[in-house]
Write a protein that binds this ligand. Structure first.
Ligand code: NAD
Length: 791
């Protein structure tokens, strides 16, 4: 036997991580008092417990107190009591607490890692080298944000008491992603881990006790969906941060509709792993192993769809199979293990069921020849080929070690296939041609894109999705905004319009030629589909004109026109800026006419009308100026990589405008959306729509491409409902009565569009706070593109 043969013949010896400290910790704790509320350990008021077991053996680990409504109530009360002092404490004081948490976690790093692997089943190499160090980094990074809060986030305040519900796949890391920014922002929290993985959160609460976290600032409750729902529905909670399945995310979206609670959802994914023919194939195979088999594939951003260019597909798949055969499936505490058990038998059943269904639908499923441990919830890594784009394995999140493979011919097809999913969490692009990779990355509908890499995370870089992968970001500057409320100049409550009633109008006494304003769709003035019109009264109750009564079909046409308009989102920021300046210029040329219209319709004095027109022009100027300045950032995480945090338009944005200051509010809402490259379907003020219809000519003369802005007049509540339910609308901003706002949120669950409402109130649009970054932030998605460098 030569050396090479000897090398290949070598067997791995067992390399178990010691678990005695973790076992001692488990034996020492009273888990029947596992609720950490107001700085004390409590049993559930009901006395109930639930069991958590070890995925590698199925053995019972502990019986944990199961929180009910009374316990959630106690936790909310404690968090609310602690809020005033914590939020008023200095940034430095909060920074010291966050830093102390990070340092204390560092001191118990090994115990956290072993406990996490025991409870979740993830290989110790992962918990030791990824989960725990990243969690610590999160607390230390956010100590800095706590200290610079006032400088970096002016005009913002802590959102209040935060309810946080997390999944089982990264129990400690998800906890850190949630608690660190909340504390930095000055919020107090109650967090519920998943019922499968309660342990490291309990150890974390012990750390809080020792790190000087004031009582009630961090409360950790335990339990399942019922406890989660009790948090979500509690009126004393001002913000819900949820990570978990899209299914539960949608339930929470509905449950919080109309409550005024701020919401962030980090949900599932079906991320594409795209390999071009000029990629370094061996690196791509290693990346793929990490992309799909990290944490047994139980990763929201797992690269579960391999898209490989046709010419290299066969060779690449062959390499993948060889590599899969070498993956070691076994005890999570063995340092040589690549793949541990799934978290629970229910998860194992789900994965098996999806593979069986995928095979029934034509996929060919291959597994390496390996024996699984005799007990525990193990599953072999699985490669599915001959997968059609409609196959369940290509569409559904399996959340297990299953890779679905498809091939593509050219770049366009790769992008199309990658985007052929209702999710939009992450993507990985492999090519040695950085021009190609950076050409593809912006076209992928995903919140995170890794170039020649995968599963890179850092506390300084935002993480989160598009579409049904949820909304909001965790980490970095954008993550901090999730725990802050912008100080907006809130105006009076908006009264609901009487259903079905036309405005009470008397005939006008003028003799001018009768003119009915149409709708503005795809750059043209078009008649409403229903051929009905709506009478519009002037301030004195006399008929001022008529506008088209838009309906469902008109909104659909407007959305199609907005979607079809590629010229605007693809225009350079400078180009968009010029067009907005031009709009301002053209409005200014007709300032007298618009001022007169305002007087006629709203009854304001001539001077106030003139001011509103001037402010509208000024606002257009502002957003023209900001169009090429509200830019992304470059992060330098602790690795040889730069992360480009790009600002991208949300997409098609629906806008439902209120009645007060009708010209100014329309401009204040539409201009920031346009400035960031969105295309818009706007429903102007129901009472004063003529201000918007008078803008048609201004728009027509301003070089705005057809479809960039579409205006549908009519009944606001009805049209808002159509926009909310429309799955091709990506964002919706609603300033209408409370009921319409609540319905817009509830009806948005279909595609989880980003909804921003005034919660039934309007704004004082003349205020300087009704303009600027707070609006632009609503008009963008932050996409983090990771670009490694070095040879
Ligand atoms: P899950 O949605 O079943 O449960 C998540 C959490 O929600 C648990 O704590 C659970 O007890 C709680 N819960 C369940 N029903 C609830 C309800 N009706 N109201 C309130 N809370 C409720 O998800 P899971 O199976 O624990 O986790 C897997 C999912 O998490 C996957 O879809 C994965 O993609 C997603 N995930 C997403 C991210 C991300 O950042 N996008 C990160 C990790 C995991």
């Amino acid at each position: 036997m030569n050396i090479l043969e000897r090398y290949h013949a070598m067997e791995y010896g067992p390399a178990p991580e010691a678990r005695n400290e973790a076992d001692a910790w488990l034996a020492s704790r009273d888990f029947a008092k596992a609720l950490f509320i107001d700085g004390a350990w409590k049993a559930a008021a009901s006395g109930k417990t639930f069991e958590t077991s070890e995925p590698s053996s199925g053995k019972l680990l502990a019986k944990i107190s199961d929180a009910g409504a009374a316990d959630i109530e106690a936790a909310v009360t404690a968090a609310a009591k602690a809020l005033p002092k914590w939020s008023a404490s200095s940034g430095y004081a909060r920074a010291k607490v966050l830093y102390a948490i990070g340092r204390a976690m560092q001191r118990h790093q090994r115990l956290f890692a072993v406990l996490e692997s025991i409870d979740n089943g993830k290989p110790i190499r992962e918990s030791r080298d990824i989960d725990v160090p990243l969690a610590i980094r999160h607390f230390i990074h956010h100590a800095g944000w706590a200290q610079t809060l006032e400088k970096d986030f002016p005009d913002h305040k802590p959102v209040g008491v935060v309810g946080q519900v997390i999944p089982w796949n990264f129990p400690l890391l998800m906890l850190a992603w949630k608690i660190a920014p909340a504390l930095a922002a000055g919020c107090t929290v109650l967090l519920k881990p998943a019922e499968f993985t309660p342990l490291t959160a309990i150890l974390f609460a012990e750390i809080c006790e020792r790190a000087g976290v004031p009582k009630g600032v961090v409360n950790i409750v335990q339990g399942g969906p019922e406890a989660g729902a009790a948090i979500v529905n509690h009126p004393g909670v001002q913000k819900i941060a949820f990570t978990g399945s899209s299914e539960v995310g949608k339930i929470i979206r509905k449950a919080t509709a109309g409550s005024g609670k701020k919401l962030s959802l980090e949900l599932g994914g079906k991320s594409a792993f795209v390999v071009f023919e000029d990629a370094d194939l061996d690196s791509a195979v290693e990346g793929l192993v990490d992309g799909i088999w990290f944490n047994q594939g139980q990763v929201c951003c797992a690269g579960s769809r391999l898209l490989v260019q046709e010419g290299i597909a066969e060779a690449f798949i062959a390499k993948v199979k060889v590599r899969m055969s070498r993956l070691r499936v076994g005890s999570p505490l063995d340092k040589n293990t690549d793949i541990g058990p799934l978290v629970d038998s229910t998860q194992l059943d789900r994965v098996r069921g999806l593979i069986a269904e995928g095979a029934k639908q034509g996929a060919v499923c291959w597994q390496p020849d390996a024996t699984l441990p005799s007990s525990g919830y193990y599953h072999l890594p699985t490669l599915a080929t001959s997968v059609s784009p409609a196959n369940i394995l290509a569409q559904e999140e399996v959340f297990g070690p299953v890779l679905a493979t498809m091939s593509f011919r050219n770049t366009e097809e790769a992008i199309e296939l990658a985007n052929n999913t209702r999710y939009g969490l992450a993507a990985s692009v492999w090519s040695e041609n950085v021009n190609l990779a950076l050409h593809v990355a912006p076209q992928l509908k995903a919140g995170v894109v890794w170039i020649n890499g995968t599963n890179m995370f850092d506390a300084a870089c935002g993480f989160g999705g598009y579409r049904e992968s949820g909304f909001g970001r965790e980490g970095g500057r954008e993550g901090m905004f999730e725990y802050l409320a912008a100080k907006l100049p809130v105006g009076p409550a908006i009264k609901p319009a009487a259903v079905g009633s036309a405005q009470p109008v008397e005939q006008a006494d003028g003799t001018s030629i009768d003119r009915t304003a149409k709708l503005f769709i795809g750059g043209k003035q078009v008649r409403p589909d229903g051929n009905y019109s709506l009478a519009v009264a002037g301030a004195k109750g006399k008929l001022a004109g008529e506008v088209g009564l838009g309906n469902r079909k008109d909104i659909r046409d407007a959305v199609s026109a907005a979607r079809a308009c590629k010229a605007w989102p693809e225009a350079t920021a400078y180009n968009r800026s010029q067009v907005l300046y031009y709009l301002a210029e053209n409005l200014s040329g007709r300032a007298d006419e618009f001022a007169a219209r305002l007087v006629q319709l709203t009854g304001v004095a001539a001077k106030a009308a003139r001011e509103e027109v001037e402010q509208s022009i000024e606002r257009l100027f502002l957003y023209a100026g900001l169009a090429d300045k509200f830019e992304g950032r470059v992060h330098q995480p602790p690795a040889r990589v730069v992360t480009l945090a790009l600002h991208e338009p949300v997409g098609v944005v629906g806008i439902v405008a209120p009645d007060n200051q009708p010209l100014l509010n329309f401009v204040s809402l539409v201009a920031p959306a346009l400035a960031m490259g969105n295309t818009v379907v706007a429903v102007p003020s129901e009472w004063h729509p003529l201000l918007a219809t008078d803008l048609y000519q201004v728009i027509e003369y301003s070089d705005l491409p057809a479809g960039a802005i579409n205006i549908v007049t009519g009944r606001s509540a009805e049209l808002c409902g159509v926009l909310a339910k429309h799955d091709d609308v990506d964002g919706l901003w609603v300033f209408a009565d409370a009921d319409t706002c609540a319905k817009a949120e509830a009806d948005s669950v279909g595609n989880l569009k980003r909804v921003w409402t005034g919660n039934g109130r309007t704004l004082d649009w003349a205020s300087g706070e009704a303009a600027g970054d707070a609006f632009l932030r609503r008009a963008i998605e932050v996409k983090n593109v990771w670009v490694p460098y070095g040879d």
